[in-house]
Design a protein around this ligand. Structure first.
Ligand code: GLN
Length: 302
């Protein structure tokens, strides 16, 4: 398979198209990005590395980071996690409050904001220095020590994070948050502010394609890895998870920085970045690029 040519074709086909998306501005600092950035990187399980466009430029990974925090919590807590957070698609936006009240403060899944906040609470209980420990975990997976938080983005989100504050306080009232809400929010905002390139993200997602193994280290066991992929498949795109399955057919995770990381277990990882988002908060062009990729390669999991 000539992946480089396929990426080139996708890029040429989509670069000039009318991008109907909009850059996220509810976190003011994210609005400063050049909206025309566009990159894709694909890494095969046997090490083939293919990139096009801005694939080496770092961007705000936002909710893609929830996959790393969940992996770390899953590694430590295993099945005990599922008493605090569910594994069902929410069918609601990532920052929705309504369902959380109906369901007594137990988030539907770990990828909506409420669920990710519960995971941050659990890691705050367990880790000595949660921010640094998660950052080091990400650095190890990506093989790059210079990956870091963007403190301006974290601060900007803290200042404008009214909905996240509402979500965490509601969960605290139901007893599903153990630690101080400001401490957990601070951890969450830093986590979301991590900056990585498509290339680095595709490296760091490779263990999901490789039965949980990173280099020679088992990060998650085979069953946990399958379940992480199942969660990405059913919940990774919030109320657009069905659409992503329908059009792309890979487990994956999006972020409001415009990134999408996806996995074909046993075959490859692929990451796209284009900052303009559709109305569900997923990258407009990224969704299209991955749809064309799995169509041209005939490599989706279905
Ligand atoms: N930090 C963002 C928020 O909490 C993450 C949302 C996302 O990427 N979907 O709103």
């Amino acid at each position: 398979m000539d992946y480089q040519k396929i990426l080139f074709d996708i890029y040429s086909e989509l670069k000039g198209t009318d991008n109907k998306g909009k850059v996220a501005s509810y976190i003011p600092e994210l609005a400063n990005i050049n909206a025309d950035k566009f990159g894709i990187h694909l890494l095969t399980i046997d090490g083939g590395s293919y990139g096009i466009g801005d694939f080496n430029e770092r961007f705000s990974i936002q909710s893609i980071a929830k996959v790393f925090s969940l992996s770390l919590a899953y590694k430590i807590y295993d099945k005990k996690l599922w008493g605090r957070v569910g594994v069902e698609p929410s069918g609601n936006p990532f920052n929705s409050l309504v369902q959380l009240e109906y369901e007594s403060g137990v988030p539907r899944n770990p990828f909506i904001n409420s669920g990710a906040l519960v995971i941050c609470d659990i890691l705050t209980d367990t880790l000595k220095n949660p921010k640094i420990d998660v950052l080091n975990f990400i650095r190890k997976l990506a093989g790059n020590e210079s990956i870091n938080f963007n403190y301006k983005v974290a601060e900007s989100e803290k200042k404008s994070g009214y909905r996240n504050a509402a979500l965490i306080n509601l969960m605290k009232s139901y007893g599903n948050i153990k630690n101080d809400v400001d401490e957990v929010l601070d951890f969450y905002y830093h986590l979301c502010s991590v900056e990585m390139s498509c290339n680095e993200l595709s490296q760091s997602f490779m263990f999901f394609a490789n039965e949980g193994v990173h280099k020679n280290e088992k990060i998650l066991n085979g069953s946990q890895t399958k379940r992480m992929n199942a969660l990405m498949q059913t919940c990774g795109f919030y109320d657009e998870a069905g659409e992503f399955s329908f059009k792309v057919g890979l487990p994956g995770k999006s972020g409001v920085g415009g990134g999408i990381a996806a996995v074909h277990p046993g075959k490859y990882t692929v990451v796209s970045w284009s900052p303009k988002l559709n109305r569900k908060g997923n990258s407009y062009l990224g969704m299209k690029a991955l749809e064309v990729l799995t169509t041209k390669t005939k490599l989706s999991i279905f």
